[in-house]
Design a protein around this ligand. Structure first.
Ligand code: NAP
Length: 556
């Protein structure tokens, strides 16, 4: 931690540094300021909203219902804001984030276009030194990393990508200015949630669209609709009570969750339930039986049902067959929600390229080469995913006690306690991060739960005169055992996805998220607090430096 005098002059001494101004960072900033702490947030983007700031590709839309995907901590906010659609567009969610930031007067304490480069613990001072790529230096007692699970795009790992002379866009770094796509020859690489949403829209703009699909995804009909004002009024009237309930559900939302295992339901009734879910809201398919993520044979029934629907929609049997996912259980990779995705493959201007049998060999100045033939393109859209869960944290040089690096600690996979604290990294917190439910739960409610829990922990420290908290190694080990146990019961670790890290070459294969649901996770966290913050070591007032001075004085 070499620093010059000039460096020291520009150090800004604060209580809390929050990294990220997505929904987690925004709430963390608000809550820390509310408790009277001098708090600064830094954000790599040019505005608030995190993922919704960056992912502004055509068709970008949330796959969680808007009545759930919004802050619950302020009834004033949830009464004042009115969503227009069941599943809202990226632009409306971004507007909401800006509305909240204005309402809470957050902008004055967020420095935009500022990316954390290093976060280092000073053992002597028991404080964090945070440096940014833009040259800022902060000296903070606490550091909260709200960097999001899906914020580092994987990029285009295909030879020749730099040679392309047309327009190449990453879905997760979509330009702010209007991109003209009408009448162009477009190629979309990737068919996860982002790719599926893009394809469903640009198919209607392109002169010709090639969809480069490697692993097919299961996609379910979103059945989006305008909000009925009477429904909105009903929700608003009962919002606070409703939130109390949804916070303790598996997903953190109003999606149905059943206690009935699939085979407990007679076949006719079961089929009617599947049809009804498909007709009304595809995501209900995940919740109408209790064992779809636990029992492969039950899962197979729903997977077959969806494969059947793909076959009914897509007219060309060969194309339909290629679109049907076969290698993984349904829901083991996050299901996509779409609006007429499979339908676009009936259009004459859409061609599916099966990259499992014919991978993209390379990108050329004029297009891409597949099976030895060049497909000419004006635009390539890469929806190739993210270095998820750990990518953003590990892109920062984080060093804890005695200079120990997080990268080394996590070489074999992420290790933390409750997904909020890391042994060896005192007074450093993460929100909605790896080792918690993260992207498996309603992201906004999870962030609220995490920030509230951290806030309560700080209350406890204040009440007991502690100034430093650190997770113990034993607690971390036990927590990881719990995560592994929950994962072992789930089908989710079976797929090659960003959940398991297999989408990034060289990343260790793990299933690092808490698969027990938001409600159970919240109870686990509450229990830790009730047991006097079991699994944490606390230190009081004096820093080691001061303690050493005291010891010297006493000795003399
Ligand atoms: P993703 O699910 O990881 O999908 C990436 C896609 O790119 C996969 O189909 C992958 O194929 C393909 N791919 C990667 N490299 C490739 C290559 N070299 N050649 C050909 N294909 C390649 O990423 P995502 O679609 O951005 O979604 C990530 C997550 O973000 C989602 O699961 C969801 O949680 C969230 N999300 C949500 C929404 C929403 O709320 N509606 C929208 C977008 C994203 P392989 O699988 O074979 O690697």
């Amino acid at each position: 931690m070499a620093s010059t005098q000039a460096d020291e002059r520009r150090v800004q001494k604060i209580d809390v540094l929050v990294v990220g101004a997505g929904f987690g960072g925004m709430y963390a900033l608000h809550k820390m300021r509310e408790r009277g702490l001098k708090t600064q947030a830094i954000e790599a983007g040019g505005g608030v909203g995190g993922t919704w700031y960056w992912n502004r590709y055509p068709g970008a839309r949330c796959d969680v219902m808007t009545i759930d995907y919004s802050y619950s901590f302020s009834n004033e906010i949830q009464q004042e804001w009115t969503w227009t659609e069941r599943f809202c567009s990226q632009s409306e969610i971004l507007e909401y984030a800006n509305y909240v930031a204005r309402k809470l007067d957050l902008f004055r304490d967020i420095k935009f276009d500022t990316r954390a480069s290093s976060v280092e613990y000073d053992d002597a001072k028991r404080r964090w030194r945070i440096e940014t790529e833009q040259g800022d230096v902060y000296d903070a007692k606490y550091c909260i990393l709200s960097t999001g699970p899906l914020s580092v795009p994987k990029g285009v790992d295909i030879p020749g990508a730099d040679d392309f002379q047309g327009e190449l866009y990453l879905s997760a770094r979509w330009p702010h200015e209007k991109v003209e796509l009408d009448g162009k020859r477009i190629g979309v690489i990737g068919t996860g949630s982002s790719g599926v949403q893009i394809v469903s829209v640009v198919a209607h703009q392109a002169s010709h669209l090639h969809v480069f699909q490697r692993t097919p995804s299961f996609s379910l009909p979103m059945r989006n609709a305008k909000m009925d004002p009477e429904y909105v009024a009903q929700i608003k009237k009962h919002y606070p009570a409703m939130r109390e309930v949804t916070r303790m559900t598996f997903s953190g939302g109003t999606r149905p969750a059943s206690s009935r295992p699939l085979f407990s339901v007679p076949v006719d009734e079961r089929n009617a339930m599947l049809e009804e879910a498909w007709k009304t809201a595809g995501h209900n398919l995940l919740g109408i039986f209790s064992d779809l993520l636990l029992y492969k044979e039950a899962n197979d029934v729903v997977a077959d049902f969806v494969r059947g629907k793909i076959g009914e929609i897509v007219k060309d049997p060969d194309v339909a067959e290629k679109l049907k996912p076969k290698s993984e259980p349904i829901f083991a990779r996050r299901p996509c929600l779409d609006t007429n995705y499979y339908e676009v493959f009936n259009k004459d201007n859409v061609t599916l390229v099966d990259c499992l049998s014919t991978p993209i060999e390379r990108i050329t100045p004029r297009g891409v080469i597949v099976a030895g033939e060049e497909i000419e393109l004006d635009v390539i859209i890469a929806a190739t995913g993210f270095d998820a869960l750990t990518g953003a944290l590990l892109s920062i040089d984080i060093k804890g006690k005695q200079g120990a690096s997080l990268k080394e600690k996590w070489a074999e996979g992420a290790r933390s306690y409750l997904g909020m604290a890391i042994q060896g990294f005192p007074n450093l917190f993460t929100t909605a991060a790896v080792n918690g439910p993260s992207a498996l739960a309603n992201f906004i409610l999870l962030n609220e739960q995490n920030v509230n829990w951290i806030n309560d922990l700080l209350d406890y420290m204040d009440a007991n005169g502690f100034d430093t908290v650190e997770a113990t190694e034993e607690a971390e080990n036990k927590w990881l055992d719990r995560i592994a146990l929950l994962a072992s019961r789930s089908l989710m670790p079976k797929a090659n996805t960003w959940y398991t890290g297999t989408n990034i070459p060289g990343k260790p294969r793990t299933f690092p998220m808490y698969a027990g649901g938001l409600g159970r996770y919240t109870e686990d966290c509450q229990l830790v607090a009730q047991n006097g913050y079991e699994g944490f070591d606390f230190y009081s007032e004096a820093s080691p430096e001061a303690e050493a001075e005291l010891a010297e004085e006493e000795a003399s």
